[in-house]
Design a protein around this ligand. Structure first.
Ligand code: PSZ
Length: 500
């Protein structure tokens, strides 16, 4: 009885919030709001400069409690829907950044809200378990229905975790454990292994390394941070490991004009990877794993060819290093494939694939042999959140039902066409338009102009992100349609025109 009361109240408030009192909503009737994007607004609507007075007051209030240096503005998530984020001053903005690329199907998708009203789901939302020891009955089914239904090629095992850093951190540990077990063969850890590990000394805490790439971002926890090389602000004052860092290719655009140069650049980077692997082995700090993003995101949307990744994967295999593909930002469909590594066309693309953001839960898929040999070796209290697997199963249903992968390809094409056109029109301001699906970026002549343009676009009702030194990146959710692309291009054209 209590449950039905809660669910009735939820239904009523959802109806009130979503269907009946949605100012600017294209379809306001309950009957019409049942399908895909019909709950979206029809455009941005700006009432104040951003941040407006209410945001500023809240920032001041929170400033008494926390550092607020990174806060953009405060949001009204009740009123936000589809592609539009509404702030506390009533500004409604087309969101092409989506909480750093982590909203899969827009704000307040009806299919997800509906899950909240289903009494069968209530206990999953209310009781967060210590998943590693006391999982709920439906956990294996839900993980099969959600994460395993989109497992990368060759992987049938997945470990859930809380966030992206936590996923990578544990993936690194899995690679080290795998590497040491390989070295030990059948024998158990020695007495020396056991006693030395407790005081951070070898051989129990072995000298092993992870090879990463300049410009890469893999998180901010200590292990991950040792493989993150995108911005000083992430790294300064924090001790780190002496692990090898290889150059990531710097491709020249347009690609078709620089085929030979780009091939040479990729060959140079691959050669450097092999040299580093050999050097670090000689130094007594062998490379247990290589970690790489399919598109370096935070570092500036740096792409490399499928051939580069194929060769890198082969180098990892040849030298006995695990190959970890970090799909925290690229995973979940925005490149036009569910996983960006699918663009490489390989049957055996990786040993580990980590994810978070659009997948709602963090975690990593892995080959069977990268399964830690004992419980509690890869472990923490929550090990993810099963309520997120429920949502993810529904997100995947929506992606299939609404053909969102096709939609991404279509919107991505329109976006790239528009970006090419704009960089043709404003060659002094824009260059290097690049992307896969809607995972796109363009460079601006300098950092100061880029930063100004981001703020000007925001005041006109379009939210974008920066990345690298002077790039603008596009990270819409999967419900970003061609009409939103055109809306964006109009606003962006006005913004760029001011700087020509
Ligand atoms: O400044 C930051 O901490 C940011 S801004 C964007 C991210 C982090 N992205 C997170 C991220 C990622 O893009 C890749 C490729 N790998 C790992 C991470 C870390 O994920 P979280 O932030 O969930 O720990």
């Amino acid at each position: 009885m209590a449950t039905s009361l809660i669910s009735r109240q939820l239904v009523l408030s959802l109806k009130k919030n979503l269907w009946l009192s949605a100012p600017g909503c294209r379809h306001a009737s309950k009957a019409a709001a049942k399908t895909q994007l019909e709950y979206d607004y029809d455009g941005p609507s700006m009432k104040t400069a951003v941040p407006g007075p209410r945001s500023q007051a809240l920032t001041k209030q929170l400033g008494e409690i926390q550092n607020v240096g990174a806060i953009n503005f405060f949001c009204n998530y009740d009123e936000s829907r589809g592609n539009y984020l509404v702030d506390v001053d009533g500004n409604r903005m087309l969101d092409i950044y989506t909480q750093i690329s982590s909203i899969p199907i827009g704000y307040n998708h009806p299919a997800l809200l509906k899950m909240m009203t289903n009494p069968n789901n209530h206990s999953a939302f209310v009781n967060r378990p210590a998943l590693g020891i006391l999982p709920p009955e439906n956990f294996p089914d839900k993980i099969t229905e959600s994460l395993l239904s989109v497992a990368p090629s060759g992987m049938t095992r997945v470990q859930t975790m809380a966030c992206g850093s936590c996923s990578n951190e544990n993936a690194y540990k899995a690679m080290f454990i795998w590497y040491r077990n390989k070295e030990r063969g059948q024998s158990a850890p020695s007495e020396e292994d056991i006693s030395s590990c407790m005081i951070n000394q070898a051989p129990g805490c072995p000298d092993l390394s992870i090879l990463s790439f300049m410009g890469g971002f893999h998180g901010r926890t200590l292990g991950c941070l040792a493989t993150t090389h995108s911005k000083v602000i992430h790294k300064l004052d924090v001790p780190s490991f002496d692990w090898p860092i290889a150059p990531f290719p710097r491709l020249q655009y347009p690609l078709e004009e620089f085929t030979r140069e780009n091939q040479q650049e990729e060959a140079r980077c691959l050669e450097e990877v092999e040299d580093l692997i050999v050097k670090w082995r000689q130094k007594g700090n062998p490379v247990a794993g290589i970690v790489i993003e399919p598109i370096q995101a935070e570092g500036g949307d740096n792409h490399a060819s499928a051939d580069f990744f194929k060769q890198l994967r082969n180098i990892a295999r040849k030298h006995g290093c695990a190959f970890h593909v970090d799909e925290v930002q690229t995973g979940g469909g925005s490149t036009g494939k569910f996983w960006a590594h699918e663009h490489w066309g390989m049957d055996d693309p990786a040993d580990i694939v980590s994810f978070s953001k659009k997948l709602l839960t963090g975690g990593y898929y892995h080959k069977d042999e990268l399964q830690a040999d004992k419980g509690y070796r890869i472990f923490n209290t929550w090990m993810g959140d099963p309520s997120k697997n429920l949502f993810l199963a529904e997100v995947l249903n929506v992606i299939r039902r609404e053909n969102l992968m096709e939609e991404v390809t279509r919107s991505g094409k329109a976006l790239m066409t528009g970006l090419y056109e704009l960089q043709g029109r404003y060659p002094g301001v824009l260059s290097r338009a690049r992307g896969q699906g809607t995972f796109c970026a363009i460079d601006v002549c300098d950092a100061a102009t880029r930063d100004k343009m981001l703020l000007q676009a925001r005041d006109k009702g379009v939210l974008l992100g920066g990345c690298g030194d002077r790039s603008i990146r596009f990270r819409p959710s999967l419900v970003f349609k061609e009409e939103h692309v055109h809306l964006f291009l109009n606003v962006f054209n006005d913004v760029v025109a001011k700087h020509k």
